[in-house]
Design a binder for this molecule. Structure first.
Ligand SMILES: Nc1ncnc2c1ncn2[C@@H]1O[C@H](COP(=O)(O)OP(=O)(O)OP(=O)(O)O)[C@@H](O)[C@H]1O
Ligand SMILES: [Mg+2]
Length: 470
């Protein structure tokens, strides 16, 4: 699959946000500014009109038209506006830009009509005289309460637009610089997010190659830091698994080697002449047979374990709601011979009506392993008890012995494959150290678990917890 760089996921969205917000604000700002600017030009013209209207009204009343014309042109030049003075019948008597005598009657111009009616008014329209669009403001000239004429100021729209355009260019340039800076910053930010992810990728690849030596650095972004922590935990779990696997191979080889070496030794002795002595030969064959049985037992257990490991996940549908009592009873029967050999009594305390979700064959195997241990690690004439009970959520089965007990520091490890507290003693008793790891696997597939309490030389209690309902 074509893979896009993270940068190309983050960056375009930043760009769109920047472009959108900038263009929206500038569009809004320029629109508002244009309105404000036109209004300002209008009020400026109104102010100029107010300043001179009395003087102009006086001049008209006094018929000092030449003076009026001079003053008007002077103001117009200074304020960069056009000023037109019109009499009440519409005749232009002064204009700052054109010869008044050439201009047509202004009676019908909309702003003049309004002014003659006594109102200050404005208009934006095409000027026939100047042949361009103009912004007009017109106001009546009043002398002793009578309208004697109209003063009208105007500015070409072109000029205003030109001024605005200069401003727009500046805004555009500023916007461009702002976007460039924003783009740069968002690029840096995108890189900042991208970088730790690249580090994670690199570490994950290292883990995949089996190199767990370096830890993933924890990044300050919470999500990325969390991922890094999770990866570190995963790495240490993998390392642990790898070690367990190595230990397991070493253990299996060792366990198999001991009986094989003995068998080989006795066969050689037989070949070297011991066969001649029938009594001796039979004794050696006995030993060989015992070691062979032991090899067989180990291999059986290993096979059982690997079967269990493979089926743990698909086991659920094999669990059936079953009565507990008959299964415990049958497990005890299996262990009876061993118990009698040591004059150990096995007591069972279990209601006939306790049900549990069980794979009956496997579960019986687990109980047998536990009872077998209880007998194996107890002295003669002791007792072993199996006590079953139900609580609100669990079915509980205790296997209690009065045996050797297990030192505290060993308890967490006894469920590991091949782990034995006292190797010599366990081996003499025929143990391979696989029994409890099989128990653990069986309980896993029952969604249950096992806990241990033990007191040295007092005995041990192994407690099975099974869920009442799945
Ligand atoms: N009831 C018990 N009392 C004292 N120690 C025990 C008891 N059960 C288990 N242990 C200790 O835990 C170790 C592991 O037990 P586990 O059943 O896995 O192996 P094993 O009995 O040695 O061999 P296997 O069961 O495979 O024949 C034993 O070697 C023993 O040291
Ligand atoms: Mg055992």
């Amino acid at each position: 699959m074509f893979k896009k760089n993270l940068l190309w996921y983050l960056f375009p969205s930043y760009l769109i946000i920047i472009a959108l917000s900038l263009s929206l604000t500038t569009w809004h700002a320029t629109y508002d500014f244009r309105k404000f600017y036109f209004k300002k030009v209008e009020t400026n013209q109104e102010t100029i009109i107010k300043l001179y209207e009395d003087e102009f009204a006086d001049k008209i009343s006094a018929n000092s038209l030449q003076k009026l014309d001079n003053i008007s042109k002077n103001i117009a030049q200074k304020a960069s506006i056009r000023i037109t003075i019109i009499t009440t019948d519409g005749k232009v008597i002064s204009d700052s830009d054109e010869a008044a005598s050439h201009m047509e009657n202004h009676k019908n111009r909309p702003e003049i009509i309004q002014a003659l009616a006594g109102k200050t008014s404005n208009a934006t329209r095409y000027s026939k005289t100047l042949k361009q669009y103009m912004l007009y403001v017109a106001s009546p000239l009043i002398d002793k309460g009578k309208i004697v004429g109209v003063i009208r100021t105007s500015v070409p729209i072109n000029l205003l637009q030109h001024n605005l355009n200069t401003l727009y260019q500046k805004i555009f340039a500023a916007g461009l610089i702002t976007s460039l800076i924003a783009i740069l910053i968002s690029y840096i930010f995108s890189r900042k997010i991208q970088k730790p992810l690249l580090v994670l990728e690199e570490s994950a690849l290292k883990f995949a190659e089996g190199d767990f030596s370096s830890k993933v650095p924890i990044h300050s972004i919470k999500e990325i830091g969390g991922l890094a922590e999770a990866m570190n935990i995963m790495a240490s779990k993998l390392k642990q698994l790898e070690n367990i696997r190595k230990d397991f191979v070493a253990n299996v080889s060792h366990e198999l080697k001991t009986p094989v070496t003995s068998i080989k030794g006795f066969i050689e002795t037989l070949q070297e002449g011991a066969l001649e002595n029938r009594e001796e030969a039979e004794h050696f064959l006995d030993i060989i047979s015992r070691h062979t049985n032991r090899l067989n037992a180990i291999i059986e257990d290993l096979l059982a374990l690997s079967r269990l490991e493979q089926t743990t996940n698909i086991n659920e549908q094999r669990l059936e709601k079953s009565l507990l009592y008959p299964i415990l009873k049958s497990a005890i029967q299996v262990c009876e011979v061993g118990a009698e050999n040591k004059s150990i009594k096995i007591n069972l305390e279990c209601s006939q009506y306790i049900y549990a979700w069980l794979d009956t064959l496997l579960f019986e195997q687990a109980i047998v392993n536990l009872v077998d241990n209880a007998i194996k690690y107890s002295n003669e004439n002791k007792e072993v008890a199996i006590v079953a009970d139900i609580t609100e959520k669990e079915v509980i089965i205790n296997i209690i012995d009065q045996g050797s007990g297990i030192p505290k520091e060993h308890i967490p490890r006894i469920f590991e494959r091949f782990y034995r507290v006292d190797k010599a003693r366990s081996r003499k008793a025929g143990g391979t150290g696989l029994g409890l790891s099989i128990v653990k696997h069986i309980l896993n597939s029952h969604k249950g678990h096992i806990t241990v309490e033990s007191e040295i030389n007092q005995g041990s209690i192994f407690t099975i917890h099974l869920p009442k309902e799945l």
